[in-house]
Design a protein around this ligand. Structure first.
Ligand code: SF4
Ligand code: FES
Length: 382
């Protein structure tokens, strides 16, 4: 059955791939773009205007580290001028004195700040920058002082999964309205580091219980969003809410994608703004139409009652694990390849030992121009 094409509501704008941190779970592609490939200010503003014309209501400004763009205030002001809600997704490092206030003055609506750990030693280790935890705490305090609503984002994996209770306390102490505990999605750099990052099942179950209890305790005080790990799921998540259904993203060079890992599907070709307008890409791009609705589905999705609930799961995960982007996401218990997810977990645990291991020598650090090969760990000065 075809599904009616509606305008997109949300857009993720990856303004840059530059970042002071080197998180090994980063969702950016392994081929990171250098600064000279980034869209300039006026092209981003043109793109934002087309997005607003198309119906986009919220823009998430991300990266890399979006505050490395010196024109961020201008970009936010352009979006605010069109009545678009803006959320800044930042690592919170190196933001100059007075800049958070300037971003708020420009019209920023919300700030989302990531912490690699709830302890300084963990944040500094996973982002590979000494002193980064303290800088993030300072950013959180400045954001609250500037009157910005704050979400703390805690990407969780083997090296920090036992810190979930501390993440909750930290977010409360910082006055966050929302805490997002998101188990790492194995795409981008995370798939290259899957063995080192994969938690064990017991750790995941403990974490789910802790989050559930905290949610009940903190009703009306702080919302906790929880993104469970696909590898331990019964049914998949509706990735991006369904392929090209109500959101899209744009890479630093203006390539328009249905999701952050779409370029890992070799059969698809993606178009760039401004060579083609956003509305045309949204409606006509063969890549956007490839997995829209349900017509493309194979069995068991094709006749499944959940096909308009999860939209067959994640196309990029089907590509990565089943080798076919049209296949049922192997995270689904009904997929003939579901057992492969459990086998990959077992393989990871056998390779890297139990969760919360403290010796991440095998990590591949995210960096522009860096070949994805394992290196020794070396903490930089912040
Ligand atoms: Fe979802 Fe497909 Fe699994 Fe049904 S078979 S639950 S539609 S992924
Ligand atoms: Fe591409 Fe899920 S990341 S569809």
């Amino acid at each position: 059955m075809s599904v009616q094409l509606l305008p997109p509501i949300g857009m993720l704008a990856e303004l840059t791939h530059r970042c002071p941190l080197q998180c090994p779970y980063c969702s950016n592609p392994l081929e990171l773009l250098k600064a000279n490939r980034e869209l300039d200010t006026s092209t981003w503003i043109e793109l934002f205007n087309e997005a607003a014309d198309l119906g986009v209501l919220q823009v998430h400004l991300s990266g890399g580290e979006p505050t490395l763009r010196r024109d961020l205030e201008q970009l936010i002001a352009a979006l605010a001028g069109r009545g678009v809600y803006t959320n800044l997704i930042t690592a919170g490092i190196g933001i100059a004195e007075g800049r958070i206030e300037a971003l708020a003055d420009a019209g920023l609506d919300h700030l989302q700040l990531s912490f690699q750990g709830a302890r300084a030693e963990t944040t500094d280790l996973i982002g590979n920058m000494r002193g980064s935890h303290e800088k993030k705490l300072d950013t959180a305090r400045r954001a609250r002082a500037a009157g910005l609503p704050l979400t703390i984002n805690a990407p969780v994996h083997r090296l920090n999964i036992e810190q979930v209770p501390e993440f909750i306390d930290m977010a409360l102490g910082l006055g966050a309205e929302r805490l997002e505990i998101a188990n790492v999605q194995y795409a981008g750099w995370a798939i290259a580091n899957r063995n080192a990052l994969m938690p064990d099942r017991d750790a995941v179950l403990r974490q789910m219980d802790i989050v559930e209890a905290a949610r009940e305790r903190l009703v009306g005080i702080m919302n906790i969003d929880f993104v469970p790990p696909d590898y331990f799921a019964t049914y998949p998540k509706p990735c991006m809410g369904g392929w090209a259904r109500d959101a899209f993203m744009v890479t630093p060079d203006g390539t328009v994608l249905p999701c952050h890992a779409a370029q890992t599907i070799p059969s698809l070709t993606f178009e760039r703004f401004p060579e083609r307008g956003l509305a045309e890409i949204w409606v006509d791009s063969p890549a956007f139409n490839a997995f829209r609705g349900t017509d493309w589905m194979l069995e068991p999705c094709r006749t499944c009652d959940r096909r308009e609930i999860d939209w067959g799961g994640c196309r990029c995960q089907a590509m990565a694990i089943a080798g076919n982007a049209s296949a049922t996401d192997p995270a689904c218990v009904l997929s003939p390849l579901h057992g492969r997810m459990a086998a990959l977990v077992e393989e990871a645990i056998a390779t890297a030992g139990p969760s919360d291991a403290r010796s991440p020598e095998a990590l591949i650090w995210r960096r522009i121009g860096g070949a994805p090969t394992a290196e020794g760990h070396e903490t930089r000065q912040g």
